[in-house]
Design a protein around this ligand. Structure first.
Ligand code: MRU
Length: 373
């Protein structure tokens, strides 16, 4: 997507040094646009854990490139299997909820299996990481092509009047390689000339909606308005939201959707007001091992200081302010689970399914190991 008119993706190999990965360092957006060089496995681990980059598909790509960096920096001409499995376990421990990370890291482990020389491992790790990036870019584009049909329908039903879409957190191109998941249909609708407007949940505590989604939508010229997280229910009651589209960090084959904390409340409000609620996600986000309800999902708990301190711009400088009285406790769960019964549909790279096993397995029959469905 575009940043000040120039095309950018979120992660790439340094154009002049194949041993370096470059990322947009999202910690500084929307105030500063900074690119960070990542040289080692440890650099990648820190970038994921401390959210220099974030968003499920992007964390997956970062995991794949983190494995590549582990190989690039390994000593000697031969690499033991143990070094690969240790690097994989280390990367996977950086953030627990987005299943894309384990999916991409395990794909690297499988690709590297049986290889021993550093040279052949570097070649394989690089091509595997590039394949993950290429596939995820394409998956997001396809999610957009399927999802835009929903916006077209709403636009027709409204005789071309503005379609108002609410989204939570950042499931935009910054969370992926390009296009985004929830935003892909939005960008396509805008590019087709449909009248749309996006309500952007600020998404406390880290404000990914306010800081990232609003910024990237504006870079692309999509009309949007930031709202405090608690506003969505009111807007839905007033008929000011035509649909909700969110992303996901892990989904079950039953149609349960794990996403940024607060998503569940939006789904409840949408259900109560008959507003369609869609999750847009590539199949790398589906954890096929999850049971109904997705209760086994490891929900990330981050530092309470992310709730305690607010970051913003003052006198041209990024700074933090403490918003709690001394000694106040703060707790910070990163994600919640929206049960399938509240999800109208799931927009994937293969099409739109209902939030149930039968419909999801119709799109992904190769994942159905149980003839009962
Ligand atoms: O904690 P984050 O910023 O990594 O959480 C991101 C989200 O919850 C996104 O909605 C999700 O990863 C979907 S990504 C297209």
């Amino acid at each position: 997507m575009k940043v000040k008119g120039n095309h950018f993706e979120t992660i790439w190999i340094h154009p002049h040094n194949q041993a370096v990965v470059q990322i947009i360092d999202q910690r500084y957006l929307p105030f500063e646009f900074r690119i960070e060089d990542l040289n080692t496995l440890e650099d990648m681990y820190t970038a994921i854990r401390d959210m220099h980059l974030r968003g499920a598909p992007l964390i997956g790509a970062a995991g794949a490139l983190g494995m590549y960096l582990a190989v690039v920096n390994a000593n000697g001409e031969r690499i033991e299997e143990r070094q690969i499995t240790d690097a994989a376990a280390y990367l996977k421990s950086s953030r627990p909820t987005a299943v894309n990370l384990a999916w991409a890291v395990d794909r690297q482990v499988n690709a590297l299996q049986g290889l021993t020389t550093k040279e052949e491992m570097m070649e394989t790790a690089l091509s595997t990481a590039i394949a993950v990036i290429d596939e995820e870019r394409m998956n997001c584009l396809k999610i957009g092509q399927h999802g835009v049909k929903l916006i077209e329908q709403l636009s027709r039903a409204k005789n071309g009047a503005t379609v108002n879409i609410l989204t939570h957190c950042n499931a935009g191109w910054l969370a992926c390689i390009d296009y985004g998941t929830a935003t892909a249909p939005i960008y396509l609708a805008h590019d087709q000339g449909l009248k749309i407007h996006v309500w952007v949940d600020e998404t406390r505590p880290r404000n990914q909606g306010a800081r990232l989604t609003a910024w990237e939508l504006q870079q692309h010229g999509v009309p949007c308005t930031v709202i405090a997280d608690n506003t969505g229910g009111h807007l839905m009651q007033q008929g000011m939201v035509d649909m909700v589209i969110v992303g996901s960090d892990r989904a079950s084959a039953y149609g349960d959707v794990v996403n940024k904390i607060g998503t569940y409340l939006k789904a409840l409000a949408a259900h109560d007001n008959q507003v369609p609620f869609y999750a847009a996600l590539p199949s790398s986000t589906i954890d096929w091992s999850l049971g109904q309800g997705a209760r086994e999902t490891p929900i990330e708990e981050r530092d309470g200081n992310e709730v305690r301190f607010m970051e913003g711009l003052a006198n041209g400088r990024i700074c933090e302010v403490d918003i709690l009285a001394p000694g106040t406790r703060a707790v910070n769960f990163g994600f919640d689970i929206t049960p399938a019964r509240l999800v109208t549909g799931i927009i994937t790279e293969r099409g739109i399914s209902n939030a149930n096993k039968k419909s999801i397995f119709t799109l992904f029959p190769e994942k159905n190991l149980n003839p009962e469905y």
